[in-house]
Ligand binder design. Structure first.
Ligand code: FAD
Length: 384
């Protein structure tokens, strides 16, 4: 017999979005029963969450490392770097994030993290929902779905951002400048697709080294491995001890899901469109949404779907992606121009979803015009 449990709120998926919402509800000492349903039985340090933020923010104590400078450059060209007086590029180790979130959640007696359970079905039931997992049935008043998008939907994205990286430990200190991240260096084309290097120096001996490709179809992991091996060899790090590996395929421009004949729960996280289409960044958006959603749920008992960019940023991102998809050869120069010619404060506002119309106009002024005009016209034709 599978036991049936009654809860006020079921959060499907205990990853970044699910745990962030639960953490915010726990901080408010929510007096409603909440369950987070997560298939993993234990969390691993499986990803590096980075973002630009002021030194002080609500997760400051969780930041593992931060850098005042970020560098970029085209293949075979000297790197340039930029900085901002008030913002730094910051890193939260996912292992710390999972552990600290769980500690906060455990302190709230009304929230249960149900590990080792995968959701099988979610259906409307009486005045709420019935969620069936492999070991329990939950009758929930409300449900929020933060499970990942199905892989066929990710495959239909305008572009896919694929990356493979390793966190390495060196015998000897490296000459890499530990005050700056290599955000997008060695920008080039790889088999016709945009490719770049991403390096986070945690110390003189410990670094995360990644190869990233933006492509219409995700490359094979084995091909990324070849590029990563070449990179490690080139930098003299081929013999380093590998602490962990990080791999991902992120949707850039996730399509809308086909309308369903049955009601669907509210979505958040990546499946709710949390990832910025032009960059794949989503951590800060998820945090903003989690705070707002927890407040709304505590104040009114209603849930908030994942918050996404405003109209202007959405249009900018669509055009940007369209250009990258139609003409990947433009990508290295496009990103190099964006990073070198946009003032750091405008660039950070653009990356953080806070760009004004003036910021957008400045960015447009520094990108190749003809492909953008063509992309805008093509989008207008498609919309007619
Ligand atoms: C390796 C990697 C690095 C990234 N780095 C950055 C970064 O530096 N900066 C940034 O802004 N963004 C980054 N992102 C993008 C984004 O922030 C993350 O993908 C983030 O984890 C998305 O949160 P999420 O909750 O939507 O998905 P997830 O964190 O993946 O959570 C989804 C959860 O659903 C669970 N689940 C799956 N199936 C079921 C089921 N049947 N029932 C119940 N639960 C289920 C999964 O186990 C998982 O825990 C990165 C992504 C990856 C993959």
């Amino acid at each position: 017999m599978i036991p049936t449990k009654h809860v006020d709120l079921a959060i499907l998926g205990g990853g970044c979005a699910g745990l962030s919402l639960a953490r915010e509800l726990a901080k408010k000492n929510i007096n409603k029963s909440v369950v987070i349903i997560e298939p993993r039985t234990a969390y691993q340090d499986d990803r590096s969450w980075c973002f630009w933020a002021p030194i002080q923010h609500s997760l400051t104590g969780w930041v593992n490392c931060s850098w005042p400078l970020w560098s970029f450059g085209l293949q075979n060209q000297l790197k340039q770097s930029r900085s901002h007086l008030d913002f730094q590029y910051q890193y939260i180790r996912s292992g710390d994030f999972y552990r600290k979130s769980q500690l906060i959640i455990q302190d709230c007696s009304t929230i249960q993290l149900a590990l080792g359970q995968a959701v099988k079905t979610v259906d409307v039931h009486q005045a709420g929902w019935q969620v069936v997992t492999d070991s329990a049935i939950y009758n929930a008043q409300q449900v929020i779905d933060t499970r990942p998008p199905p892989s066929n939907l990710i495959d239909e994205s305008t572009l896919i951002q694929s990356f493979l990286g390793v966190e390495i430990l060196l015998d000897q200190p490296t000459d890499v400048d530990a005050s700056q991240v290599e955000l997008m260096t060695d920008m080039r084309l790889l088999e016709g697709e945009f490719c770049f290097t991403y390096i986070l120096p945690f110390s003189e001996r410990q670094l995360l080294v990644e190869v990233t490709v933006f492509a219409s179809q995700a490359p094979m992991q084995a091909d990324l491995q070849i590029e990563l091996d070449k990179l490690l060899y080139k930098r003299g790090w081929a013999q380093a001890k590998i602490i962990r590996t990080e791999y991902g395929n992120l949707p850039m421009g996730l399509p809308d899901e086909a309308p369903s004949s049955t009601p669907q729960p509210i979505r958040a996280g990546m499946r709710g469109g949390a990832l910025r289409p032009s960059s794949g960044y989503g951590f800060l958006r998820i945090q903003r949404w989690a705070e707002l959603c927890a407040k709304q749920y505590c104040d009114t008992g209603t849930l908030l779907p994942q918050t996404v960019s405003g109209f202007l940023m959405q249009k900018m991102d669509q055009i940007f992606l369209h250009v990258l998809q139609k003409d990947p050869a433009l990508a290295p120069v496009l990103f190099d121009n964006l990073l070198s010619q946009t003032k750091p404060d405008r660039f950070i506002r653009f990356m953080n979803d806070q760009a004004s119309l003036l910021d957008c106009l400045h960015i447009i002024a520094h990108v190749p015009k003809i492909p953008f005009i063509k992309a805008m016209l093509a989008r207008q034709r498609n919309a007619l």
